[in-house]
Structures are given as C-alpha cells and as structure tokens.
Design a protein around this ligand. Structure first.
Ligand code: DAH
Length: 348
C-alpha cells in the first residue's frame, strides 16, 4: 500500500469512527439523515477525502483509492440503515407505552334507543296494518291546494289564519302542513278506490305551551270503498283503542265539524288515567279527546275525481304524541322533543 493510500485509509477510518459515534447520538430520523449526509452523502466528508486523495494520485493508484473509499461508504450505509430501523423500533415501543395502558377501564359505548314516539307510531301502524291499511306518506312542506283547498277548507277558514299556519316565506301557496289530512288528497289523486291507508308523520302549527308543540305528530286514516259506513269508522276506532290501550277502553264519537267530513265527529276514548271513572285530568267526564273523524265529504271526492254516488269513505286524524304521553304517562310534550338522552333511555 502506497503512502498516499495508507494516509487515506487512516483518514477514512477516523471519519468512520466519528460517524459511528454521531449516529449513536442521533435521536430522530431527521438528525440521523443529516449525519449520514455529512459523512456518507455525495458531498459528505468521506467523498471529500476521496477527492483530495485522487487529485494528486497517479493513474495507477486511482483504482485502489476508489475501492478503499467505497468499502467505507458501504459500511457507513449499512450502519445508517441499521440505526434507522433501530430508531423506528424505539418509536414504536414508545407509542405502545403511550397509548396502551391496559390497566385503564374500558370505555362504554352508549347504545341508542327508539324514541317513545317512534315506538308508539310503529305499534299504531302495526295495528292498522292488520286491518289491511297500508302506510302512505306526503311531504312536510305542502301546497295550499293539498293542505287546504282540496280538503274544502275555504280561504277565510280560521285554520288558515296566519296565527296557526307556518307559511313558506316568498311562496304564498306553500305551507308546513298543519295536519296529515293532505296525504288523503295525495293518495286519492294517485289511484282509484278502494283505498285503505294510514299516514303517520310530523305536522306544524304556531302553538307553544305545556300541551302544545309547534311540531307534533299525527296519524291519518282513510278508507274509501263502496258501502263504507259510519259504523265501519266506529268499529275501526274501537278496535284500535282496545288493542292499543286495553280491552276495557271505550270509544265515543261526539258530533263536531270539519270542512272535509260530513258528518264529523270528535273521537273520545275512556280516560287513560281513571278508565272512565272521572278524575282531574278528564275534568270528571271520564273521557279524553284523541282526534277528529268523519265521513269523507263529497266535496273532497269531487276535488280528487272520485264518484261520490258510488263511493263512500271514512277518515280520521289522531295525535301520536298525545297517545305516547298517555301510554307512558308523560306530562309535558316538550320532554319528547328536547333530545335529552336521559329521557329517551327510560323507554328501553
Ligand atoms: N285534520 C284534522 C286536524 O288536524 C283532524 C281530522 C279530523 C282528520 C277529521 C280527519 C278527519 O281525517 O276526518 O285537526
């Protein structure tokens, strides 16, 4: 080995030792890569030492100078790779220690439940489904025609009053439906009799006190065929109330008025609290009102193109929320819309 080569080898060995010390100190991948670039990189000190030696060397020695340098570069590269893997492993161990404290108690997942209104709506629809009623739906933003006009609710009817109805701003003929009755119209417009539908869903009115919410839920019923009578209406409602509340409950139809039925009746059932004995809630009458009903007015049939000489029908609309309150003894309708899980959890 020439003196030049010997000198170079000394120099490279010393750089190599330095490198080994430096990478041991590098605590991050970034620091490690910097050390590697400083020594083994294309502008690192090992390459510079090689260049220095080459500059004055005769051609015959250039090969061995190249070889000497390459050996060290390869060794340095190998050490770099090993240290890199070592750092990654250390990092992984730190992560594990940090995130997996196996002594911590597990996190409980809160299970959701069905809302009492959903439970009651499903139960009511199931009862009517067994009588052959199918579920029908309509939009919550309704046209004046479906919500009022076709139901024979004239322009000056109090139900249309700005006080009760939410109108859609800038759209005079659009309202948030004030009842589920427009689904009657949609159903009849979409097909010929016989019809037997039940239509549950939210409705909106400008009402806000302990027993009224501006959004509440109704369930509408409509049955149209040849020979449908008022007795069918009462039989259907009685069947429903006795299935839903109990066999000892009675139904009373009290004369009333709705523009879209003739005759019309208020639906009363035995008071859910005293079962007809008379208590504070029913003001001693033994009855409580759960909705409205009647025989479909020929005027409504005319709007949907049904022949009122051939067909008759009954309709009813009841409050779902009210029935949920009676079923579960809830005294404030707001509780059902507050979204408090502590409330909902009670109906598992
Ligand atoms: N739509 C009425 C209301 O919200 C309730 C009603 C009464 C529905 C009589 C009917 C009916 O289908 O026949 O006050």
């Amino acid at each position: 080995m020439s003196a030049r080569c010997y000198e170079l080898k000394q120099k490279l060995d010393s750089l190599h030792r330095e490198f080994t010390q430096e990478i041991a100190k590098a605590a991050t991948e970034q620091q490690l890569r910097k050390v590697f670039a400083d020594y083994g990189g294309s502008a690192g000190s090992i390459r510079l030492a090689q260049k220095d030696a080459l500059r004055s060397a005769p051609n015959a020695e250039k090969k061995s100078i190249g070889q000497l340098t390459n050996e060290v570069v390869q060794a340095v590269e190998a050490e770099f790779e090993r240290r890199l893997a070592g750092l990654a492993e250390e990092e992984r161990k730190r992560d594990l220690e940090r995130t997996a404290d196996v002594t911590l108690p597990g996190r409980k997942r809160v299970l959701g439940h069905l809302h009492p209104i959903t439970l009651v709506r499903r139960e009511i629809t199931a009862i009517f489904a067994q009588l052959g009623f199918v579920v029908a739906e309509g939009p919550q933003i309704e046209t004046d025609f479906h919500n009022f006009e076709a139901l024979a609710i004239p322009k000056d009817h109090p139900a249309r009053d700005m006080q009760d109805t939410f109108y859609v701003e800038g759209h005079e003929d659009l309202v948030l439906r004030t009842h589920t009755s427009p689904v009657q119209i949609r159903t009849m417009l979409s097909g010929a009799p016989p019809v037997r539908v039940i239509a549950p869903g939210p409705v909106y009115r400008k009402d806000d006190d302990p027993t009224h919410s501006p959004m509440f839920n109704q369930i509408e019923g409509l049955c149209v065929d040849q020979g449908i009578t008022f007795a069918d209406l009462k039989g259907t409602l009685l069947h429903f109330v006795q299935r839903f509340f109990g066999a000892d409950f009675q139904v009373r139809l009290r004369p009333s008025f709705f523009p879209f039925t003739e005759p019309s009746a208020e639906i009363d059932m035995s008071c859910a609290f005293c079962r007809g004995q008379g208590c504070r809630t029913c003001k001693g009458t033994g009855w409580m009102e759960i909705g409205g009903s009647g025989m479909v007015d020929p005027e409504v049939f005319r709007h949907v193109g049904y022949d009122s000489e051939k067909y008759t029908g009954f309709a009813f609309g009841m409050g779902i929320d009210r029935m949920a309150m009676l079923r579960y003894r809830i005294n404030d309708i707001k509780l059902m819309f507050d979204g408090d899980v502590r409330f909902v959890r009670q109906f598992r």
